[in-house]
Every structure is written in C-alpha cells, then in structure tokens.
Design a protein around this ligand. Structure first.
Ligand SMILES: *Cc1c(COP(=O)(O)O)cnc(C)c1O
Length: 422
C-alpha cells in the first residue's frame, strides 16, 4: 500500500470495515443535514452525542415516578435510593479506580470545590496552588476563589506551570523545577490530566510522585480525560480527581459529574469536609437526628439525594462503555487519531501545524490544529459544511474524533473539506 493510496476514501472505508467496534456508531443519534447526510461531528470533547438508548432509560424513571410516586425510591425497577451505586462499577473501570474511590454527584466545578475543602488546607507558609497556565477558565476561577477564601492573594498564591517560550506543551522537568524552588510553600497541585486546549495527556503518576515528594496534595481534572484515555487513577496515586460526564461520556448537557478520592483517604474521618445527609451512613440515614457518621470513600462526599433523570442518562452511556471496554476504545482511538494526523500532515500547506503531541501515549483522541492567519471564519466555514469542531482563539481548531461514533471516513471527509478551505 503506497502512501498516496492511504489518503483516499476507499482506504478510509477499508479501515472502517476492519474496525471491530464500528457498529457502535449506529447506537448514537448523529445529527444530519437537510439531505439526510450525517454531520461530521468532532466535538465529543465539548458535548458528546446522544446514545439512542438514553430516552428509554429516562422514560423508565419517568414511568416509575408516575406509577409509584415516592415509593419509587424502593419500588422502581432501578430503585432511586441506591441508584448512584448502579453507576459506580463501570465508572470506576473507566478511570482505573476501585469502586470505593468513585461516585457520581453534582457537577465538575462544584466537586472541585468540595474536594478542595478536604485537600486544600493551607497554612501561613504552605498555601500555594499550582495549575497549568492554560488551565480551563473554570478551574482557574475555582482555585483563585479558594485562595481568596483562605485569605491569600492569588497573585502570590497561584503558580502557573507554563510551556517554555515558543512551545505549547508542558514539560515535567519544569514542574519539577517549580517544586524544587517553591515546594515548601505549595499545598496543592491541580492539573488537567488531558489539557483541554493542546490535548496533551500528562503522566499522572509522575505528577503525583513529584507533588508527594514535597508533601503537596495532588488533584487531577479529568474533564478531557474520562472516557478518552485510561488514566489508571488508583495506581497513579493522585489524591483526588473530578470530571464531567457530558463530554466523552455522552451523558447529556449539564449532566452530573464524577469524582475520585484515593483509597488511602477512604477511612480518614478526620479529613475536613462539607457534609449533607447523603454523606451519612446509608444504614442509619433515615433515622434522622443521628450523630453524623460519614460513609467511607468517595460516597462520603455526597451531599444531596441526586437527580435520577440525569443519572439515568449516565447509566445509558456507561452501559455502552461497559460493553465496549476501554481497551477496545483506546485501541481504536489511537488508530483513528493516527489516521487523522496522517491526513492532516498530507495537506500541502505550511499554514497548518498540529500542536498536540505526536506520541500516542501523550494524547487522547483530540488533535488541536493551528492554522496560521486563520480567524474564526474558518471555523464558521467548517460548520457551514456540517463539520463540527471547536474553535479556540487566536487560530486553533480542536477536533476530537471519538472512537465510539466517529469513523475513519469521517476523518477523511473532514480533512478533504479542511484542505479546500486552507
Ligand atoms: C468542561 C470543563 C469544565 C466545565 O466545568 P462544569 O463545572 O462542568 O461547567 C471545567 N474544567 C475543565 C478542565 C473542563 O474541560
């Protein structure tokens, strides 16, 4: 097979035929144009597409609510009282955790704050927080507000781990330098496991080891990692992590988030935290007025009884992840993104540069493609062709071919359209 023929529709279709999980595309609603042709949807890093089963899962809970009212907490087909537990095993597998370390609750930024109540406990000398300079804005705001809440000036307390000048990607050596120089003053590292902008997947275990060597707590934002890479959270040793479920986990706009608290903290009742009745021992929760008895593990971070309709959508999605398995997903993902990368590099122009790492172990499915001298009209033109990507000023399009519902044909067609626009 020559290089030239790899860059052809026939070859892309051949790859789809050989793809052992290609059939899952049919399990999703793919948006269509007026002629009934599928959009090329590369925005699973922002909002994942809807599984066709989601409606059925939500309908089940609506029916049980209609038929049982409050009794649905026990009588529903999937009783609401323990509903979050139905999500735990698969959620744990997807992030490489033990079930006791994982729970679905609240939303991402809320969970980051709740986790920082426990894992950011600064004192006068050890109070600084390290984030990536290109952290997602919400994470930055959350961290700055935590610093202020504890009486510190973010200008003093916030340390940015920056790419070197002229580079986009982070180097672990530079984090090491920050820790060597200021480690005694640093209380917490809060790092995006997969950077939302560059798509760089960082070595979580190395980050945990570096932070722990200086007695810092280490937290990971997995918004762009969950359902995308295999973060092996337990083995990495990070103290906590949080993520949302509406991106690669396809659980619907604004759906609940998930969090991880490492087993080493599971039974520590002295850890400060905010509490509610759902953090209390489930065996005595309804005796009410009992002295607070926190549940071990991640479940002890819950506050409220959770929204079942949102959890039903998460269950619909996680059941698919459970069936496919992260190994198969990641395998296809690497092949799909490598093919995408190959095709982009074939475009004969010096305007295009991929800023995502070329090493498949240092990225998930996303490629961040810089187009020199482009402006947002390029993104608009792609959208006009029903190629859905994510624009980031000044000149980067973020494209996420997801292994569950994107095809090799998708990435081929996408690059053909991009080629005509540049
Ligand atoms: C998507 C995303 C968020 C969004 O936070 P919400 O609380 O779910 O609105 C936060 N941080 C990162 C890194 C993200 O990618």
């Amino acid at each position: 097979m020559t290089i030239a023929s790899k860059a052809s529709l026939e070859y892309a279709k051949e790859l789809d035929q050989k793809d052992s999980i290609a059939q899952y595309r049919d399990q999703f609603h793919i948006p269509k144009d007026d002629n009934g042709n599928d959009w090329i949807y590369m925005c699973g890093n922002s909002l994942g597409l809807q599984p066709k089963t989601t409606k059925k899962y939500i309908q089940q809970e609506l029916d049980d609510w209609a038929n049982y009212g409050v009794e649905g907490h026990f009588e529903a087909k999937n009783p609401w009282m323990p509903y979050h537990e139905f999500l735990t095993d698969t959620m744990a597998k997807v992030v490489g955790a033990k079930p006791i370390e994982v729970v679905i609750m609240n939303t991402l930024t809320t969970n980051l704050h709740l986790l920082m109540v426990s894992f950011y406990q600064p004192n006068k000398t050890k109070y600084k927080i390290v984030i990536e300079s290109d952290a997602f804005p919400s994470d930055r705001y959350a961290v700055e507000s935590q610093l202020r809440f504890h009486g510190f000036d973010p200008k003093e307390g916030l340390i940015e781990w920056k790419p070197r000048s002229g580079e986009e990607l982070l180097r672990l050596e530079d984090l090491e330098t920050i820790l060597d120089q200021q480690g005694d003053e640093i209380a917490l590292l809060l790092i995006g496991g997969v950077n939302y902008y560059t798509g760089q997947y960082l070595d979580l275990k190395k980050i945990a080891d570096l932070g722990h060597a200086k007695n810092c707590m280490v937290g990971i934002d997995l918004a762009h990692g969950v359902g995308n890479i295999q973060p092996e959270l337990h083995d990495s040793g990070v103290d906590f992590a949080a993520w949302c479920t509406y991106k690669y986990l396809n659980s619907g706009p604004g759906s609940l988030g998930g969090l991880f608290v490492h087993e080493k903290h599971a039974y520590n009742k002295d850890l400060k935290r905010f509490a509610g009745w759902w953090s209390h021992n489930k065996n005595t929760r309804f005796n009410m007025r009992q002295e607070f008895d926190v549940m071990p593990g991640a479940e002890g971070y819950q506050l409220s009884n959770p929204p079942i309709l949102s959890m039903a959508a998460i269950k619909a999605s996680l059941d698919i992840f459970n069936e496919v398995g992260m190994d198969a997903l990641r395998k296809k993902s690497k092949a799909l993104t490598a093919y995408f990368e190959f095709l982009i590099n074939e475009i004969d122009t010096d305007r295009i540069r991929i800023i995502t790492p070329t090493n498949p172990e240092e990225r998930g499915c996303q490629l961040s493609v810089q187009v020199k001298n482009a402006d947002k009209s390029l993104h608009q033109q792609l959208t006009d062709h029903h190629v859905i990507t994510d624009w980031r000023e000044p000149d980067v399009i973020r494209c996420a071919p997801t292994p569950l519902y994107n095809s090799f044909e998708d990435v081929y067609r996408m690059t053909e359209i991009l080629k005509t626009l540049v």
